[in-house]
Design a binder for this molecule. Structure first.
Ligand SMILES: *[C@@H]1O[C@H](CO)[C@@H](O)[C@H](O)[C@H]1NC(C)=O
Ligand SMILES: *[C@@H]1O[C@H](CO)[C@@H](O)[C@H](O)[C@H]1NC(C)=O
Ligand SMILES: *[C@@H]1O[C@H](CO)[C@@H](O)[C@H](O)[C@H]1NC(C)=O
Ligand SMILES: [Cu+2]
Ligand SMILES: [Zn+2]
Length: 202
């Protein structure tokens, strides 16, 4: 093989490998998990999954120890900081400086996931999707706080002094940090190059 065609071959190979690595890493589902704890007997485990970069995020899991047959405010808060309990998680995650709203409102905080519905044993079983939050990029909710409240989120429409900031959802009963879930590294058998690429872009 001539030197020029050898170089051309390796350039093509490199371009191809880069593309395959990029595509594989980009289309790998990202999963996250938050374990909710607190001082009020409320606890839970909540899973997040985003299949592709701009896909909606699927939210599943259970939260127990809540009031029976109630709707309870449920949000992503700004900080994954539990050093002073749930109060250290800050305000609702709001990177676009909007007012508080419901999950289906066009104007809302990114973190406004609405309410969870409990059954007659005080357990909420979560299974819904959200288009505003993401598990990738610089607006990712990974590393931030997840909070369940003592009251119902009024979606900003209750006319209370804190309706447009917190939905008047009341005390923070339990919270956790949204962390990376292991499926991302193990179940998909990524090559080291893909792991490096994806770790950089997450
Ligand atoms: C009700 O919830 C509690 C946890 O809060 C659990 O220990 C108990 O098994 C549940 N009971 C039923 C009937 O599901
Ligand atoms: C959290 O903030 C609320 C409202 O300001 C306050 O009542 C509560 O005592 C605080 N909790 C902790 C653990 O500091
Ligand atoms: C956020 O919005 C409020 C009211 O809409 C405004 O007063 C404030 O200056 C805004 N903050 C930033 C950083 O844009
Ligand atoms: Cu909240
Ligand atoms: Zn909000």
């Amino acid at each position: 093989m001539h030197a020029r065609s050898t170089i051309s071959y390796f350039v093509k190979l490199l371009v191809c490998l880069t593309f395959v690595t990029y595509a594989a890493a980009h289309n790998t589902p990202v999963k996250a998990v938050a374990v909710l704890t607190g001082t009020s007997g409320v606890s839970g485990t909540v899973y997040f999954q985003q299949d592709k970069p701009h896909s909606k995020v699927k939210i599943t899991g259970t939260i127990q120890g809540l009031t029976a047959n109630a709707k309870r405010g449920f949000h992503v808060h700004t900080f994954g900081d539990l050093s002073g309990g749930c109060n250290s998680t800050g305000t609702h995650f709001n990177p676009f400086n909007q007012t508080h709203g419901g999950p289906n409102d066009p104007v809302r905080h990114v973190g406004d996931l609405g309410n969870v519905q409990t059954d007659n044993n005080g357990t909420a079983t979560l299974n819904f999707e959200d288009w505003f939050i993401s598990l990738r990029g610089h607006l990712s909710v990974v590393g931030r706080g997840l909070v369940v409240h003592a009251g119902t989120d009024d979606f900003g429409k209750g006319g209370q002094s804190d309706s447009l900031t917190t939905g008047h959802a009341g005390a923070r009963l339990a919270c956790g940090i949204i962390g990376k879930h292991k499926i991302f590294y193990s179940a998909h058998k990524l090559t080291p190059a893909q792991i490096l690429y994806t770790a950089r872009t997450l």
